[in-house]
Design a protein around this ligand. Structure first.
Ligand code: ATR
Length: 274
């Protein structure tokens, strides 16, 4: 019987996950099915119960607004998912347990590795202090980076993340404080959704122009305003977040199938359709 997978969300129509996972399956010669399922808001555990009642259902992805519910439904959580209080991937284990994991942050790592980024001892700035930013801190620390600075419009939220990690490598800032320091970063990641509305975070040009690599988690058919700005300031290397989307899916696929697909062919396919 074919192993069965799905992505749950609400709404779900826009999800590219089935297309991505079918491409991974073809590339790695795995036989799987992968569908989109509209989850029940307020009774999400019923959606998961129904899906996993079929023994062929081996795992699923979970997206907005169900990631916290998924973390509560599973019987065990990875350390990352536990720290985030959210799961975007569920894996049915041989012993009947269901393991919740989160691959969102790992998606950034997978994409950056694919782009030959050298994490070791590098200095990173994250802009934004929401779930997207919080989710990448631990995966970055695990890669051996020297520092993760977090700057946010609401400075208290950046300080909260600093206190949550209790690691000398993690420091929170408001924009004024950070802009004054004029530090140099190997990588600056825009973890806000500001680009979606054409807005730029209040990071000074003096800081942005010195970055070696600028990454925007947002992706669009055209270049994001943040990437445009970085390029105009002469930043040599830039990337939007399409690779992170493919990277988080690839890591889920790896958790289920124990084989890591290549990102490049899938990225090319998706980029052509944006
Ligand atoms: P997510 O979980 O996707 O990260 P979120 O929790 O809503 O989303 O967080 C969005 C982050 O982007 C926040 O840090 C927000 O800043 P505030 O905490 O000050 O609200 C930041 N953000 C959103 N739009 C922004 C903008 N136009 N300029 C600067 N920061 C912005």
């Amino acid at each position: 019987m074919t192993d069965k997978y799905a992505v749950f969300g609400n709404p779900i129509e826009q999800s590219k996950s089935p297309e991505i996972h079918h491409a991974f399956a073809q590339q790695t010669q795995q036989s799987i099915s992968y569908e989109k399922v509209l989850g029940q808001v307020g009774n999400f555990s019923a959606s998961l119960d129904a899906f996993f009642a079929d023994d062929n259902a081996k795992g699923c992805n979970v997206t907005v607004p169900f990631k916290q519910d998924a973390a509560k439904w599973v019987t065990q959580l990875s350390p990352l998912a536990k720290a985030a209080g959210a799961a975007n991937t569920i894996i049915r284990l041989e012993n009947g347990d269901f393991r919740g994991d989160t691959t969102d942050g790992q998606g950034l790592i997978v994409d950056l590795l694919d782009q030959d980024y050298k994490f070791s001892n590098s200095k990173i700035l994250l802009i934004g202090a929401g779930g997207a930013s919080r989710g990448v801190v631990l995966p970055l620390l695990q890669q051996g980076v020297a520092a993760v600075d977090i700057v946010n419009r609401t400075a208290t939220k950046a300080h909260e993340i600093e206190h949550m990690f209790e690691d000398a490598k993690v420091t929170g800032f408001g924009f004024d404080e950070l802009n004054e320091q004029r530090q140099e970063y190997d990588l600056i990641v825009n973890c806000t959704s500001a680009s979606l509305s054409g807005d730029l975070p209040q990071l000074s040009e003096n800081v942005l122009c010195k970055a070696k690599f600028v990454y925007d988690m947002v992706y669009q058919a055209t270049q994001t305003v943040f990437i445009e700005k970085a390029q105009a300031l002469g930043v040599a290397k830039t990337s939007d977040g399409l690779g992170m989307l493919v990277g988080q899916a690839a890591y889920s696929f790896y958790l289920w199938r124990n084989v890591m697909p290549k990102l490049a062919p899938v990225l090319t396919m998706l980029r052509a359709k944006l």
